[in-house]
Design a protein around this ligand. Structure first.
Ligand SMILES: N[C@@H](CCC(=O)N[C@@H](CS)C(=O)NCC(=O)O)C(=O)O
Length: 203
């Protein structure tokens, strides 16, 4: 199998970190997003959605979508469990995974793509008000997370999970997106420091 990867881009990083947490090594091909290699006819034929990462299995099956790729690896390499063990744990982790993906990560990404000049190559029609709306919503989400993290070590409770991966990558993505974390959000900062200092997050 082969993972189509793209350096430090945030969605590819989610899979890189997930694999590092599990100690999985696989073949990878790096694509240059700014060079639009992921939109070449050859790549579009494999993954018509033209997003990275995607995984190509030996029989030619293609799995795209970061969460789907991570789930696939979780099945074959269950330890350490990053999607939870019991039905309740799985549901709680899924809830936080989706909250962080849609509430933080997606909004930071939209803000970056619609406001940053460097993203114009990917987002042909940058809509600045949409970027600003998302920037504001990130702040609302950070406030909520701060409250939750007051008495939770990790997003889904006591154990590090896939929710912390999407959250940690989303948090780091705030830097290029030029989104500040207000000083008083000390619990978010404590959590982010703890998560992003893990060896799997090393650049
Ligand atoms: N929903 C997809 C999103 C993947 C995605 O948007 N990846 C970005 C890189 S972070 C990409 O491939 N962008 C290419 C483009 O916008 O043309 C997933 O979860 O994998």
């Amino acid at each position: 199998m082969k993972l189509y990867d793209a350096g430090r881009a945030p969605n590819p990083r989610r899979v890189q970190i997930f694999l590092a947490e599990k100690g999985i090594e696989i073949e990878r091909e790096q694509l240059d997003l700014n060079g639009l290699e992921h939109r070449s006819p050859e790549i579009a034929k494999k993954n018509p959605w033209m997003t990275i990462p995607f995984l190509e299995l030996d029989d030619g099956t293609v799995i795209s979508e970061t969460a789907a790729i991570c789930r696939y690896f979780e099945e074959f390499h269950p330890n350490p469990r990053l999607f939870g063990s019991s039905p309740l744990e799985r549901a709680i982790i899924e809830m936080w995974h989706r909250r962080l993906e849609m509430g933080l990560f997606y909004r930071v990404a939209q803000s970056f793509r619609h406001l940053h000049p460097g993203a114009a190559v990917l987002e042909e029609k940058q809509i600045k008000p949409w970027g600003e709306v998302n920037k504001d919503k990130v702040q609302i989400e950070l406030q909520r997370l701060n409250e939750h993290l007051t008495d939770n070590e990790y997003l889904a409770g006591e154990a590090f999970s896939v929710a912390d991966i999407v959250g940690g990558v989303g948090y780091q993505f705030m830097k290029p997106a030029k989104i500040e974390v207000p000083k008083e959000l000390e619990h978010v900062k404590r959590w982010a420091d703890q998560v992003t200092k893990r060896p799997s997050f090393a650049w």
